[in-house]
Design a protein around this ligand. Sequence first.
Ligand code: FES
Length: 124
Amino acid sequence: MGIPQPAFYMFKCEQSAPPGMPKPSCVTAQTQDLFQYLAQTIMKEGIMGTVQPIRTSCMNRCSVGPIMLVEPGHIMYAGLTKEKIDRIITEHIIGGHVVEEFVIDSEMWDKPITPADMKKQMGR
Ligand code: FES
């Protein structure tokens, strides 16, 4: 038997904009420990390995940050807090039900365009 794949990847944006930048940021003094909290919670639950937390750079949804993407499923959570992380781990990752009330607005996260369709739109 081979090494099992993770069941979930949790991509936490770790971008921080310098003070005075017009762009909001996913990492501020108030939110800088969210990744650590996420990783600790996964460890505490004993599910590290089958759930893989990953630090990422900007995913272009800064205005509703801190954001976190869960794969599989393309589920993007917005306005992340420690309390939301607790519920996402319990209800989505362990329980199997997306926490709809924390999911980013569809205006900000519409259905993807396939690469093949994008090539067609570009006339290539
Ligand atoms: S800084 Fe996190 S989505 Fe842009």
